[in-house]
Design a protein around this ligand. Structure first.
Ligand code: SAH
Ligand code: AVI
Length: 347
């Protein structure tokens, strides 16, 4: 692919539909037969789920996206000067809406949006390729908990993980993810992380239980995903949306709660699942952070925070980090190792 004049994005699939389906089956079986029951939030994001998330980002009560956008608008120039990256990689990119601020400031040669949700990724990558004709857009369908070692290595890279999506990982998986990020970074690469900060429970609960009911729809949509993809017969109207602040863990929790005693069948899993009246199934945690504690967490994983910025209200933060001295890998000089796909080192 030539580096300029591209109006179409290249798409690489690391997480195929078959692998996704296998993982969905395994995770849903484990989650629905556990006590308490739970589902992984990555299954929210079918086409409808991604659209609902986009609507959430525009809700007055969902301050996260606006706060992060304001930080990027104010500091993208500084971020660009500090990183001087020629490749911007975005994990959990979704529609890459705020990322345009970084693309404008950095003017990188290549953009790599990376997401588990193939439909949304394809559409947003094509849109970006048309909007930025000089940008090489290489979209990667992958899981950021599994596929970081396969990211393209060529050029100085800025690895962005925005939106506080890191908060959707429980602490142990978050630590593993950050260790993976540190192991991925080479000399001169940087990691840009957006995180939501601890604040009053009232504001947090309002952000996850909006009066228009969009978050409710987003949450319940996961049951529709299971109905469609696993031959389920969830009666979505027999469940309600619950959002609550867990003060001890300092995270928001979303559940779907069964309104009555009922049994749900998932044909593809040959599984029948009984719900008690009032029983809750966890569908998402969304951890909220304290900056200094988070900096220590990053340090433990092998990442040194260079700078952080917050919005005027102190609601949200964006941190810039690099691999700690001695842990950054030396930069490869365009060679590819045998376990990496050829495109990963492409110039
Ligand atoms: N970064 C965007 C979108 C956040 S929504 C923003 O700041 O607004 C979370 C995104 O992460 C969704 O697009 C979802 O499909 C993606 N995602 C969730 N789990 C993932 C995983 N394990 N691997 C890759 N992408 C994932
Ligand atoms: C993507 N993620 C960071 C969002 C969050 O705030 O945890 C998903 C979301 N859940 C409910 N509203 C938005």
């Amino acid at each position: 692919m030539s580096a300029t004049g591209n109006l179409t994005a290249e798409i690489e699939v690391l997480f195929s539909a078959e692998e996704r389906n296998t993982e969905l089956r395994e995770e849903v079986r484990v989650g629905l037969t556990s006590t308490p029951k739970e589902l992984q939030p990555k299954w929210f994001y079918d086409e409808r789920g991604s659209e609902l998330f986009e609507t959430i980002t525009r809700l007055p009560v969902y301050y996260l996206t606006r706060a992060e956008r304001s930080i990027l608008e104010r500091h993208a120039g500084e971020i660009a000067a500090m990183t001087d990256a020629t490749t911007l990689i975005e994990l959990g990119s979704g529609t890459s809406d705020k990322t345009r601020i970084l693309l404008d400031a950095l003017a990188p040669r290549r953009f790599v949006p990376f997401d588990v949700s193939e439909v949304t990724l394809r559409a947003s990558a094509q849109r970006l390729a048309r909007e930025y004709p000089d940008l090489e857009v290489l979209a990667v369908v992958g899981d950021f908990e599994h596929h970081l070692p396969l990211l393209p290595t060529n050029g100085r890279r800025l690895l962005a993980f925005l939106g506080s999506t890191i908060g959707n990982l429980p602490p142990r998986r978050r630590a593993l993810f950050l260790t993976d990020v540190a192991a991925t970074l080479e000399d001169g690469d940087a990691f840009l992380l957006g995180v939501d900060l601890v604040k009053t429970p009232a504001r947090l609960v309002a952000a996850y239980d909006d009066p228009a009911g969009v978050t409710r729809e987003f949450n319940l949509n996961v049951l529709r995903v299971l109905n469609r993809e696993l031959g389920g017969d969830f009666d979505v109207s027999a469940f309600e949306h619950v959002a609550r602040w867990n003060a001890e863990a300092e995270w928001m929790e979303m559940f779907v709660r069964s309104l009555r005693e009922q049994t749900v069948r998932l044909n593809a899993l040959e599984l029948e699942v009984a719900f008690d009246a009032g029983e809750r199934m966890l569908t998402e945690i969304s951890a909220k952070f304290h900056l200094r504690r988070l900096a220590i967490e990053l340090e433990t994983a092998g990442l040194a925070v260079q700078r952080w910025w917050t919005d005027d209200a102190g609601d949200f933060a964006v941190l810039l980090a690099s691999a700690t001295q001695g842990s950054a890998k030396p930069r490869k000089s365009g060679t590819s190792c045998s376990t990496r796909p050829a495109w990963a080192d492409m110039s």
